[in-house]
Design a protein around this ligand. Sequence first.
Ligand code: NAD
Length: 408
Amino acid sequence: MPLKKFKSGTSHVGIIQLVSTSFHLYFFIITIKRSDMNTRRKFIKTFASSAFAIPMAVQAGTGIIAPEERILPQEKVLRVALMGLGSYAGRVADAMQACKRAKITGLISGTPAKLKSWQTKYGVPEKNCYNYENFDQIKSNPEIDAVYVITPNALHRDQVIRIAKAGKHVICEKPMGINAKEGEAMVQACKDANVKLLIGYRMHFEPKTLEIVRMRSNNELGKILFFQGLSGFRIGDPGQWRLKKDLAGGGAMMDIGIYSVNGARYMVGEEPVWVTAQETKTDPQKFKEGVDETITFQLGFPGGAIASCLSTYSMNNLDKFFLNGDKGFGELQPATGYGPIMGRTHKGELTHPHVTHQTVQMDEMAAIILDNKKAIVPVDGEEGLKDLKIIDAIYQAVRSGQKVTLKL
Ligand code: NAD
């Protein structure tokens, strides 16, 4: 049981309280041992709900962390409102049914019928349901800790800023906004409001991905020389928001190319210092001005590695990461789909079990928000902003035909 150190100025009353509490604690632990409470979870639950928690709560001024800070956070559940009840939100909502640390307690949608059916399906009370006009009222709703924004890209900035102003933590889908200027405003708004901003980078918690990241950071691949990222699919319905610049902010790069942008960074383990890029368009009707169909881009890293990547809306079977070092390699294919992710390295097949990405992501994000846990590969607003700075530079390189220098 981790008790925090005394402050040097602990009062006599504080010491008496502490001795008395320690005495209680000793007997409490003995009781637990006797009743065979062999799991930490059972121990914490029993402790937190026992009458013993009460004397601990009066430790203010003794230097001991109050029990609600020391023990309960590990058991606290992040209460999340989902905003934008579309196809990806449906996947997140289903995956969240298996979460241990996160649950859906609110819904935000512009469609009353959708609110009704989701309310019934996920057991959300009417009083926790909002629309896009009135969702600022979550400010006074104690049953919502965070809002997960899963709407079209160009809506993210204003929605995230409004949520931050309502004093709630934000999880925002990728891309966090449609350019770096938006990302900066979002990061600043969350800082000002003292709330956390996380981006829905589910691959940052995927076991095979993390194994290659681990091997690379342990120097098992040697000096990193090359990364290849292929991200693409054939997009269908020409009327969808993903093909409208005002809602998508761009084309394939914003939606799927971002996986290679982001992947290049966490696989190589450095921030790129330059970018070059080329665009090709085979269907200017479907992919209008400002909506990119296919972009190839190259990134240069300070350690000398280069990345060569493809982002496209017009080819299927493109979901691959390949990382090459002078001692070995790591490969993921598929690398970013919903899984199972498949991977191998120079040492053989990666056999880590498949996990539902969104379940793990939401449990981990709950720990990041509630317990200040640090993700192995960060998922905060700054991380999302770096990707947008690179995407801005990719578009600039396409327009100018020049190498663009990056300072991330
Ligand atoms: P979708 O079209 O299925 O859902 C979007 C939702 O936003 C719909 O419910 C729609 O009604 C709502 N909406 C609110 N205002 C709208 C407006 N003005 N115009 C259009 N729709 C509006 O899209 P989706 O596939 O769920 O994507 C939503 C977000 O999630 C995007 O940012 C996307 O990049 C992201 N996404 C992430 C992943 C991932 O794996 N992390 C996967 C898919 C989508």
